[in-house]
Design a protein around this ligand. Structure first.
Ligand SMILES: Cc1ncc(COP(=O)(O)O)c(C=O)c1O
Length: 406
């Protein structure tokens, strides 16, 4: 890296380190020829949607990977969550973590169910069962846990809590395809789990999602609800929506599955480099995954401790973005503080762990678009930025950026 002093930083007029920006969530693309062959076969069949053979095969493969007995592929995870919420007839309040992507809460409020926000565990970033327990009221009908960053929730404690309090237990597994827990693979827990195969996920079907469950009756109901409530050609037995996955999405999903091990290997390699390098930078730490369970390593989450780096997370993100490293703050400012949920009459609750994490967490680029040397360059840049923190603070217009020198 050819940066010697603070003036070389792109934010202060230097040349950006990366001419081609490095993105968080840049899609992994599997074997194009395999994909194109599937698309040709799809056109030959002239079967583009409505539970075609690609969708059926994709569902079968998802069952194999997760061990779930039933899988219902859907057009995206948000609709998948909505279908599950509808299928259970949830009403009143549902407890969800505030430290998650906004879709987890939107799926509820879109259907007239009130999301109630609880806190997360500071180490795992997943839903904190103790916080859940304090939020339960007579109006509570369910808990939605989120396997954040692919890390399984505290499944035994949540199962016990839901059981004791007579609540449905749903998992938003959008991040956690092919991830394990001490209790088994994600996909077989709670009353249902919902995966996302959005283009930014490590395994994608352009847009897409899947619901898995052990309950055959629920699977049946979900299949009908996914297709306008049709039980047969002209027999509509329930209300429903259009949540179907298309054949071209399933073709992409199947092709992605064939390269899944490579995607995970690259993510694991990148994560290992980030871990080695970032652990040597004072004030930065990397979110780690336990070695004993499977992970897809699709998220590289660094936490910034401004008292030690001398710079806030936001300043570091601004410096990185100027260099072409499109780091992202995540789940900022917490759903409980987003306009639909935390303003006006609905004063935001105070959730200390979430409130701290949304200030400290940043996501760094990974995936198959990142070369090994890109990862080491990003780490060198981070080290340089942290070493130059005092000069950076001097250079910055204090009004413009969010600097903390304490
Ligand atoms: C935790 C979480 N839940 C739900 C979703 C929504 O998934 P989709 O884009 O497939 O609707 C996402 C998407 O990023 C997510 O990260």
């Amino acid at each position: 890296m050819n940066k010697c002093d603070v003036n070389d930083l792109a934010l202060f007029g230097g040349t950006p380190l990366f001419q081609d920006a490095l993105h968080v969530g840049r899609p992994n693309v599997g074997d194009r020829l395999r994909f194109q062959a599937r698309v040709d076969a799809m056109f030959d069949r002239r079967w583009l949607t409505n539970n075609g053979p690609n969708v059926v095969e994709f569902e079968r493969r998802i069952c194999e990977v997760t061990g779930a007995p039933h899988c219902i592929a859907v057009c995206n995870a948000t609709i998948g969550l909505e279908l599950v919420i509808r299928a259970f007839g949830l009403t009143g309040e549902v407890i969800v973590p505030a430290f998650t992507f906004v879709a987890t809460a939107h799926a509820l409020s879109w259907l007239g169910v009130q999301p109630v926000f609880c806190d997360v565990d500071p180490k795992t970033h997943t839903i904190d069962p103790k916080s859940v327990e304090t939020m339960i009221t007579p109006r509570t009908s369910a808990i939605i846990g989120v396997h954040t960053w692919g890390r399984g929730c505290d499944i035994p404690t949540l199962a016990d809590l839901a059981n004791r309090r007579g609540l449905k237990l749903i998992y938003d597994a959008a991040h956690a395809f092919a991830c394990g827990t001490a209790e088994g693979m994600v996909g077989v827990f709670g009353d249902a789990e919902v995966f996302s195969f959005h283009a930014t996920k490590f395994l994608n079907s352009f847009e897409g999602g899947a619901i898995t469950t052990r309950d055959p009756a629920l699977a049946d109901r979900l299949r009908r609800m996914r297709n306008f409530g049709f039980a047969g050609l002209d027999s509509v037995t329930s209300t429903g929506t259009n949540g179907k996955m298309t054949e071209i999405s399933a073709a992409m999903g199947l092709t992605s599955l064939e390269s899944m091990d490579t995607f995970i290997d690259v993510n694991r390699r990148n994560h290992g480099i980030y871990k080695r390098e970032i652990s040597a930078i004072d004030g930065l730490s990397l979110y780690e995954f336990p070695d004993e369970v499977r992970s897809n390593y699709q998220y590289v989450v660094a936490e910034v401790e401004p008292a030690r780096t001398g710079l806030t997370r936001d300043t570091i993100v601004d410096l990185l973005i100027a260099e072409g490293v499109l780091a992202r703050r995540y789940f900022y400012p917490g759903i409980h503080r987003m306009a639909p949920y935390g303003s006006g009459a609905a004063a935001p609750v105070s959730l200390p762990v979430t409130d701290a994490l949304v200030q400290r967490v940043m996501q760094l680029p990974t995936g198959t678009a990142m070369l090994e040397r890109n990862v080491t360059d990003v780490c060198d840049l981070l080290r340089f930025i942290c070493r130059q923190s005092e000069d950076i603070l001097h250079r910055m217009n204090p009004e413009r950026l969010h600097c903390v020198a304490s």
